[in-house]
Design a protein around this ligand. Structure first.
Ligand SMILES: Cc1ncc(COP(=O)(O)O)c(C=O)c1O
Length: 347
């Protein structure tokens, strides 16, 4: 049976959050002399002399409406990479606990594990990039606190079968983290719609991909309110800066424009999925539910360097087990995709 208290690090359970100046003050005031800010103003513009809301109340309220969850079920991080790191620090005792991930997958799970001195169990995805569920269940140890499942998976682009994820969620007493950085490009509904079913489910999303805000650094974690409360307790108090909060609120007012952009990216993805297999050097194009395509080619290093010479940067994934001979290509604009196809055709 999952119990958050049982898996949280004892020091985290015991500690108190930093109490910021604005946390201690309740009520209305017009003179703020409590936080050692510059009262004269800011050279960067209005309001930036003040610390941002550490609880990001306005932003969470708006995101909650959009995603159909409660604000208490939302954590906001300085990119989802911050949420990944905090999850380690929340439940994994350095040098004792372990994490399980499913390569080929996103590299930050391993980097965060290494940084936090957490041993890492890797179960390779099957050749069609699905989870070998039995093997995962057999690999879970009493020290396994986190399992990272990336869906749509980076760098392979496919969704992970819901049945496999559900089996893991039901069998695992640690936190099962589903990284949905690319969910906006996918056909299936988000796992956030099933939060009420699984007390050990954490869903990660980000504003870096579909929302086009990678430069602002805003990531999200959705989970039961009790999990989010602990993440909030251990985060740096002002982790989401004021500019990011302001600009994200502005962007969230334009959900129709987001849908238009998503539609265009999906159309461009379909064009590439159709055009790439017709090129001589292309061996296989994997299906994609993301804004990138994994492509197996005859000479990955050769093509990668050739494209670089032409000023086109793609991601060379050919040294990853399971992705031999593969390049990962982000969907670009119409013009960029045409340049890419032409260059590959000339290789
Ligand atoms: C699967 C996955 N998760 C998380 C991230 C990081 O997102 P963020 O920009 O929110 O830190 C990426 C970025 O490439 C990603 O591919």
């Amino acid at each position: 049976m999952f119990s958050l208290e049982k898996i949280i690090r004892p020091n985290v359970l015991k500690m108190k959050a930093y109490s910021s100046a604005r946390d201690e003050f309740k009520g209305a005031a017009s003179v703020f002399l409590d936080a050692n800010e510059n009262s004269l103003g800011s050279l960067a513009g209005d309001n930036y002399n003040r610390y941002p809301d550490p609880h990001q109340k306005q932003l969470k309220k708006r995101i909650a409406e959009l995603k159909g969850v409660r604000p208490e079920q939302i954590f906001l991080g300085n990119g989802s990479d911050e949420a990944i790191d905090l999850l380690f620090r929340m439940v994994c005792r350095p040098g004792q606990d372990t994490m399980l991930h499913l390569p080929p997958t996103y590299g930050m799970y391993e980097v965060s594990a290494n940084l936090n001195d957490v041993a890492l169990e890797a179960v390779q995805l099957t050749p069609d990039f699905q989870i070998p569920v039995e093997e995962v269940l057999l690999s879970i140890r009493p020290t396994t606190k986190l399992i990272f499942i990336c869906s749509p998976n980076n760098p392979t682009g496919n969704l992970i079968e819901a049945g496999s994820i559900e089996t893991i969620l039901r069998s695992f007493d640690g936190l099962a983290v589903i990284d949905e950085a690319y969910a906006d490009f996918a056909d299936n509904p988000s796992w956030t719609t099933r939060l009420h079913e699984f007390p050990n489910l954490v869903v990660l999303q980000t504003f870096s991909k579909a929302w086009g805000m990678a430069g602002l650094r805003l990531g999200l974690a959705f989970a039961a309110a009790e999990i989010i409360a602990v993440m909030d307790k251990i985060k740096p108090p002002y982790n989401i800066n004021q500019a990011t909060q302001d600009l994200a609120l502005q962007a969230l007012a334009h959900t129709e424009a987001l849908q238009d952009m998503l539609e265009e990216i999906r159309q461009e993805r379909d064009l590439l999925l159709h055009a790439l297999p017709q090129l001589d050097t292309v061996v296989k194009v994997y299906p994609s539910q993301a804004n990138f395509i994994l492509v197996k080619v005859k000479d990955a290093n050769g093509l990668y360097n050739y494209l670089l010479d032409k000023g086109i940067v793609v991601r060379n994934r050919s040294s990853l087990a399971g992705c031999e001979g593969c390049l990962r290509i982000t969907i670009g604009t119409l013009e960029e995709n045409q340049k890419l196809l032409q260059a590959i055709g000339e290789f």
